[in-house]
Design a protein around this ligand. Structure first.
Ligand SMILES: [Ca+2]
Ligand SMILES: [Ca+2]
Ligand SMILES: [Ca+2]
Length: 110
């Protein structure tokens, strides 16, 4: 008997050849999307708050009032902030007492 290509059965190819664990088809290529399940936004100043239009990789919020500089909470409204960066606030964290607007860097007490 002569063996030809017609007599050798083709091996069955797995249908999930290019699907890694956790892969979920959306019908679109992910194109480098860091999280294809939610929108991400650029965080230029690295404070954890994003801004602008959605991007491929970034943070999951777009609440930053100014993504070019860090902003701090000003609880007493004296114009001087304190504590860790927040999404919206003032551009300094020099208030030594953010619970009393009469005490700030312009006063003797600070
Ligand atoms: Ca930011
Ligand atoms: Ca303050
Ligand atoms: Ca103060």
């Amino acid at each position: 008997m002569q063996i030809t290509m017609a007599t050798i059965p083709a091996p069955a190819l797995p249908s999930v050849l290019h699907q890694a664990p956790g892969y979920k088809s959306t019908g679109l290529t992910s194109g480098g999307d860091c999280d294809d399940a939610r929108l991400l936004y650029a965080d230029s100043d690295g404070d954890g708050f994003g801004a602008g239009a959605s991007v491929a990789c970034g943070v999951a919020n777009n609440t930053d009032c100014d993504d070019a500089r860090l902003l701090y909470a000003d609880s007493d409204g004296d114009g001087f902030g304190a504590g860790a960066p927040v999404a919206c606030g003032v551009a300094n964290n020099t208030d030594c007492n953010d619970g009393n607007r009469a005490i700030n860097p312009t006063t003797f007490y600070c």
